[in-house]
Design a binder for this molecule. Structure first.
Ligand SMILES: [Zn+2]
Length: 214
């Protein structure tokens, strides 16, 4: 582990430790009780995230249920991430970032061309990453639901519009999720270069899974 006084020790042995390259997809099974730590290595990197129940992937993360249950749009330490069946899938046990987003959605070629112009059509986007990762589990486009954007700052402006502004993360900051059921965790290390969500420069992140082995 990198030395970072703000990062609490992980409970249990490290089972997996990997760098996700800039712009890349990633997926991994995380068992109940294990902790998935995501580290924003260089700062201001949006990490788009989905999760599915391992033994029944019809049950998956629900941003709507999570926001409604906690009465707040931001994810913080203590947030319980609920499924489409209202069951806790994971809990944010610790994070060094003030808040994370779950309403901004994932970037796509379609939204890029609408927002930033047709010249962006061929740029790689989070939807392609999610489709690639989900293909390992027999999931397709209809299985993409509203996601989490770890480390991303999406304030709601006074007129109700969503802002995508400079990140509030910094090099070495982290978020810890403890799985409350066996899940497939899916990440798109966001390739977006047309807005400040990645500081216009996508960078690698690190994922560590710790806890009792399967
Ligand atoms: Zn993206």
């Amino acid at each position: 582990m990198t030395s970072n006084d703000a990062m609490p020790p992980l409970a249990g042995p490290v089972l997996h430790d990997e760098i996700i390259a800039a712009r890349a997809p990633w997926d991994r099974i995380v068992r109940r009780g294990q902790t998935l730590r995501i580290i924003d290595l260089e700062g201001n990197q949006a990490v788009d995230f989905l999760m599915y129940r391992l033994d029944d992937d019809a049950e998956r993360y629900s941003a709507q249920d999570t926001v409604a249950a906690q009465g707040n749009i931001f994810l913080r330490a203590g947030s319980v991430l609920l499924s489409s069946e209202g069951n806790p899938m994971a809990r944010v046990t610790a994070t060094a970032v003030a808040h994370h987003d779950t309403i901004g959605g994932a970037c796509s070629c379609e939204s890029n061309t609408l927002r930033y112009g047709f010249h962006t059509k061929a740029q790689h986007a989070c939807v392609e990453n999610f489709l690639h990762a989900n293909s390992h589990h027999g999931l397709g486009k209809r299985d993409l639901v509203s996601n989490i954007n770890w480390f991303m700052n999406v304030p709601v402006e006074p007129d109700g519009a969503l802002g995508i502004v400079d990140g509030i993360s910094a090099p070495g900051l982290y978020v810890d999720l403890r799985a409350e059921m066996d899940i497939v965790a899916v990440i798109s290390n966001c390739p977006q270069i047309n807005n400040p969500c990645n500081g216009f420069n996508p960078t690698p992140v690190r994922v560590v899974i710790a806890g009792a082995a399967d």
